[in-house]
Design a protein around this ligand. Structure first.
Ligand code: NAD
Ligand code: MG
Length: 338
């Protein structure tokens, strides 16, 4: 047996031992899931379900909230997997920061990451405290550490502080989900003021750059970054010019950063969602008419629920995706992109 083989098998043994310890220490939720059945064969088969049925469809009730909106005030309330997501230890012991983790896609990802065994920090705007409080409780119920980070990420110092606070609370950071986003519907370029343009770019591009820059300096090999892009990067909606520009930028940033970061053993990927039923859409992200028909223009005939996309973030974060970097994963209800 060569030295390399010996050290590899020793390392595997150590990893197995520390995994066992982590399982033992990771709290009630995980043990409960484990007792229910570690093997798929122990569980009842999931019933086949037509993906077009059983989810909210247009026409939706007209509704509008002031930006940034609350998931808790939407009709119907989005499904973030609160009662449905079941983990299987895919992210045991990981330490995650999710921006915009209070609601929508970020909340669904926060719930899934915690139930997969990660400690989870969520960043959000102070006005979103009621949504954030629910997520913090759900992370704790999963037996994991939760960290609430209210504040406006259009500020470089704030972004640096976010990362520093995650490291102080969790002892490090190995998962970063750049998911916070600003979207406001404007019919014409003539209506987009410099102030609004700046707002969108600061939230969607600058903050991602600042937070990523602060985090990668501390992320060990094996870490993973997932950025939320959009179908609008590939087929910009007529009313989302500045937003689409940032989403195209996120795709390019993701692919370029992946090439740099693999030299540190860090994978970088993106997700391009189609229409998802979230607070961003009902707080100025779409016109009232678009809300009524929201998701109706997809082959699926309905918008996605945040609970339906969290598994993509889990998969891109998990060690099973060790050969996946620089990719954008589309989930669009059957539209062509990406
Ligand atoms: P959401 O409103 O639930 O989440 C967006 C979050 O961004 C907010 O909860 C807020 O906490 C955060 N945020 C916005 N501005 C901020 C600021 N200045 N400082 C700190 N936090 C700020 O909506 P969502 O749809 O879940 O959005 C998540 C991501 O998904 C966004 O990047 C969005 O562009 C993207 N996306 C959404 C859809 C969709 O149809 N919902 C489609 C494609 C892409
Ligand atoms: Mg929110």
């Amino acid at each position: 047996m060569s030295d390399e083989t010996i050290s590899t098998s020793r390392r595997r043994l150590m990893q197995g031992a520390s995994l066992g310890m982590a399982v033992a220490m990771s709290g009630a939720a995980w043990s409960a899931q484990k007792e229910e059945g570690a093997n798929a064969t122990d569980q009842a088969a999931a019933p086949l379900r037509d993906p077009r049925q059983g989810y909210p469809h247009p026409p939706f009730q007209e509704q509008s909230q002031p930006w940034p909106g609350l998931a808790g005030k939407m009709t119907p309330r989005p499904d973030h997997g609160e009662t449905s997501y079941r983990g299987s230890g895919k992210l045991l012991g990981r330490r995650a920061l999710i921006t915009g983790g209070d609601s929508g896609i970020g909340r669904a990802t926060a719930i899934a990451f915690a139930r997969e065994g990660a400690d989870v920090a969520i960043s959000y705007l102070p006005a979103e405290e009621p949504d954030a409080k629910e997520v913090i409780e759900l992370i704790q119920k999963a037996g994991r550490k939760a960290l609430a980070l209210p504040g406006d990420i259009r500020d470089e110092t704030m972004c640096q502080n976010l990362v520093a606070r995650v490291i102080a609370a969790f002892g490090g950071i190995d998962l970063l989900v750049n998911n916070a986003g600003r979207q406001h519907s404007f019919d014409s370029i003539l209506d987009i003021t410099t102030e609004y343009f700046d707002w969108t770019l600061k939230t969607n591009l600058y903050a991602m750059f600042w937070i990523t820059k602060a985090a990668v300096a501390h992320m060990p090999p094996g870490s993973s970054i997932v950025n939320t892009a959009s179908v609008n990067a590939y087929d910009p909606a007529v009313n989302l010019l500045d937003y689409s520009l940032t989403k195209g930028g996120i795709v390019a940033f993701t692919k370029g950063l992946a090439k740099q970061m693999i030299k540190r053993g860090i994978r970088v990927n993106g997700v391009a969602p189609g229409p998802f039923w979230t607070a961003l859409q009902v707080s100025g992200g779409q016109t009232e008419k678009n809300i009524k028909d929201f998701g109706g223009n997809t082959p699926m005939g309905r918008p996605g629920q945040p609970a339906e996309i969290a598994h993509v973030y889990v998969q891109l974060a998990a060690a099973e995706s060790s050969y996946v970097t620089g990719q954008i994963y589309g989930e669009t209800g059957g539209r062509g992109e990406p």
